[in-house]
Design a protein around this ligand. Structure first.
Ligand code: ADP
Ligand code: MG
Length: 385
């Protein structure tokens, strides 16, 4: 490979826009330890933020014009009129940042234009929430540029609404809350009903553990209807059971509730209720026995996604089974599913061997080698300069 020295983003900003940025704001991607597809059921989740982040280099503009560029999309500057933003009016990657600006305006905040350059090391479409990281980076940028004074949870709700109502993905609140509110060295236990948050210390390295992220490089498309259909199924099941949300179904009442539901909703409800239980079980295990005890819960969570919720795919299933056979304490797919990434909890001494085994299994199938990262619980969204 030839060494390259890419232009630093702040210099690229000046070249593009003819002036220096006012500041730099960063918002991270995430992996969810446990609690998958529970966030749109008012349930519990337990994500950590990744070291990888989307950075927004930005400067306020007085003329109501929003200019957007990304180092991932060289040569393109999308120019929009803030007052004219409307869902459906912006396509492609620029819809995500534009969505946040539209949402703030819709909420009645006195905002105007900006020049923004995005720079990111969060892999896109890998289930690591680059979309939420991008939205949250723009949300905190605007919060500071226009002195809106919004709290982290309010900004997360703005970012979620942007993705729901402008981009058109009916996601829950987990990804945006994780990106906004996670803390270094901790996992975020979030009750998605009222957004109450507890920070759980998670010193993986100190416990001799590594959390591998294996990006299968199978691209999901959450806007393709499968995610929306699952969400609608959960809402229908809750309505049939006379509950506000599936979170209100206690584990003890699950067998009787399943008897009352049409066959196609049974596995969905079983996943959501048992998955909420796994989040709470994880909290107890962490408190009593530490992170090395979490492996079997992760693997059980994967089985539930594979067999009941059916959001796994051959690549994530193979990565999980090979990781566990090769010595991982436990593994599961993370994120919305249909591809994306698998997390594998390993003793640090075993991490390389597990990554190698999964890579070799993929190559033997004729698939591209997974991208391998090591997840370290990192800080949430912040201003960097
Ligand atoms: P995920 O959130 O799991 O990464 P999504 O499909 O929800 O996957 O979001 C990925 C999309 O977000 C990309 O297709 C692109 O439109 C947008 N995106 C993410 N990062 C960037 C970036 N650095 N620059 C431009 N667009 C980005
Ligand atoms: Mg996303």
């Amino acid at each position: 490979m030839t060494p390259t020295s890419p232009t630093p983003p702040s210099a690229a900003f000046e070249e593009l826009y003819g002036h220096a940025p006012e500041g730099v704001w960063a918002a991270p991607g995430r992996v969810n330890l446990i609690g998958e597809h529970t966030d749109y059921n008012d349930g519990f989740v337990l994500p950590i933020a990744l070291p990888q982040a989307v950075r927004a280099y930005a400067r306020r503009r007085a003329d109501g014009v929003l200019r957007l560029a990304s180092t991932r999309v060289p040569g393109e500057v999308v120019e929009l009129d803030v007052a004219g933003l409307a869902p459906g009016g912006v396509s492609g990657w620029a819809a995500y940042p534009a969505a946040v600006v539209w949402t703030l305006r819709e909420a009645g905040h006195g905002i105007g234009g900006a020049d923004i350059l995005l720079d990111s090391d969060v892999p896109g479409g890998a289930g690591l929430s680059s979309s939420a990281a991008l939205e949250c980076a723009v949300a905190i940028t605007y919060n500071d540029l226009y002195e809106l004074g919004l709290e982290a949870a309010e900004l997360a709700k703005v970012a979620q609404r942007a993705e729901n109502d402008f981009v058109g993905v009916p996601c829950g609140i987990m990804d945006q809350m994780a990106s906004m509110a996670c803390g270094a060295g901790t996992a975020l236990h979030l009750d998605t009903r009222d957004l109450s948050a507890r920070y759980v210390p998670l010193d993986l390295a100190g416990a001799g553990l590594t959390l591998l992220v294996l990006d299968t490089r199978v691209q999901h498309d959450l806007a393709d209807g499968a995610y929306a259909a699952l969400r609608a199924g959960c809402e229908r099941a809750a309505a049939l059971l006379g509950l506000p949300a599936l979170r209100d179904l206690a584990a003890d009442d699950l067998p009787a509730a399943l008897d009352r539901l049409p066959a196609e909703l049974v596995p969905l409800v079983r996943h959501v209720v048992t998955e909420n239980g796994r989040v709470e079980q994880t909290m107890r295990e962490l408190a009593q026995h530490g992170p090395a005890s979490l492996g079997p819960i992760l693997t059980a969570g994967h089985a539930s996604l594979r067999d009941d919720y059916r959001t796994s795919c051959p690549e994530t299933d193979l990565a999980v089974s090979v990781a566990v056979t090769a010595g991982a304490l436990g593994a599961r797919m993370t994120g919305g599913g249909f591809g994306g990434s698998v997390i594998a909890l390993t003793r640090t001494a075993d991490a390389d061997a597990v990554a190698k085994a999964v890579t070799e299994a993929f190559l033997a199938e004729g698939w591209a080698a997974p991208h391998v990262y090591r997840a370290v619980p990192s800080a949430g969204a912040r201003r960097e300069s």
